[in-house]
Write a protein that binds this ligand. Structure first.
Ligand SMILES: Nc1ncnc2c1ncn2[C@@H]1O[C@H](COP(=O)(O)OP(=O)(O)O)[C@@H](O)[C@H]1O
Ligand SMILES: [Mg+2]
Length: 236
C-alpha cells in the first residue's frame, strides 16, 4: 500500500543501501503481522535485487525487477499485494524516476555531506515539485543524510544542513551512519540483526539505526496522510 521511493540523480549517494536497510527492517517488523514488503529494483545494475536473492532475505519480502516499460504496472500491482513497496532507482534522471516519483507516498533523497551531493538533491527536488504539479497532489519528500560519522559533524555537513533547512526542505532527524554492518548485508545478504557478531563489528548500533530510520519513515508517512485528510475535510 505505502510506496517509498529512493531517488537521487547521482550514483553512489546511498540509495541502494538505504532502500535495502529499510526493506529489511520493515520486513522484520512486519513478519509477525504477515505484512509483505515488495522491493522493486528499477536500476539496470540490479544491486538491490542481488541482495534480495541472497540467502537470509526475510521470507515476507517480494522482489520485482522492473524497467521503464513495466515499472508503473509493477508498482500498482505491488501496492495491492503488499503493506509496503520500496522502489530503488538508477542514479540518473530517466522515465522510471519520473514514474516512481508519481506513485510515491514518500520520496527519500539520500545525500552524503558534500556540496556536490547537495546540488544533486536540489535537482531531484525540482523534479519532485514539477511531478507534484502534474499529479495535482503534494508528493512528500525528505532528505536522508547517509554515511555519516556518529562522533563528529564536519563543518561542510553542518553548512549543507543549514542550507536545506533555510530552503524549507524536510530532513530526516536520524541519518544512516557509516557502518560495516550495512556494507556487510549488501555483500552477504540478510538483515543486520542476523549478522554474526564474531565477523562484523557494530551490529547492535546498526540495528538500532535501522530501527530508528524505519520508524521515522513510518511516522513521516502517517503525518503526511493525516495532513492530507485534514486538508480534504476542510475543502469538502
Ligand atoms: N551507511 C553506510 N555505511 C557504510 N557504507 C555505505 C553506507 N551507505 C552507502 N555505503 C557504501 O557506499 C557505496 C554507494 O552506496 P549505494 O547504496 O550503492 O549507493 P547508490 O545506490 O546511490 O549508488 C557502496 O559501496 C555502499 O556500500
Ligand atoms: Mg544503487
Amino acid at each position: 500500500m505505502t510506496t517509498i521511493v529512493f531517488a537521487s540523480s547521482k550514483g553512489g549517494a546511498g540509495k541502494t543501501t538505504a532502500a535495502v536497510v529499510l526493506t529489511g527492517e520493515l520486513a522484520r517488523l512486519g513478519a509477525s503481522k504477515n505484512i509483505k514488503v515488495t522491493l522493486i529494483d528499477a536500476d539496470p545494475n540490479q544491486h538491490s535485487a542481488e541482495w534480495a536473492l541472497k540467502d537470509g532475505c526475510p521470507a515476507n519480502i517480494v522482489l520485482k525487477s522492473s524497467d521503464e516499460d513495466t515499472l508503473l504496472d509493477d508498482i500498482e500491482q505491488a501496492q495491492e499485494q503488499s503493506g509496503f513497496v520500496v522502489v530503488d532507482l538508477e542514479g540518473t534522471a530517466n522515465i522510471s524516476v519520473t514514474h516512481a516519483i508519481h506513485c510515491a507516498d514518500l520520496v527519500v533523497l539520500p545525500c552524503q555531506g558534500s556540496h556536490y551531493d547537495a546540488k544533486e538533491v536540489v535537482k531531484t527536488i525540482k523534479l519532485i515539485r514539477s511531478q507534484s504539479k502534474i499529479a495535482r497532489r503534494n508528493i512528500p519528500f525528505s532528505i536522508l543524510m547517509t554515511r555519516t560519522n556518529p562522533a563528529i559533524q564536519p563543518r561542510g555537513l553542518k553548512d549543507i544542513l543549514s542550507k536545506f533547512d533555510q530552503a524549507g526542505f524536510d530532513i530526516f532527524k536520524c541519518s544512516l551512519i557509516e557502518r560495516e554492518a550495512f556494507r556487510a548485508i549488501i555483500s552477504f545478504g540478510g538483515i543486520v540483526n542476523d549478522l554474526d557478531k564474531k565477523q562484523v563489528s557494530g551490529i547492535e548500533k546498526a540495528a538500532q539505526n535501522a530501527f530508528a530510520y524505519a520508524h521515522e519513515v513510518i511516522n513521516k508517512i502517517k503525518g503526511y496522510n493525516q495532513d492530507e485528510e485534514k486538508r480534504s475535510a476542510k475543502h469538502g
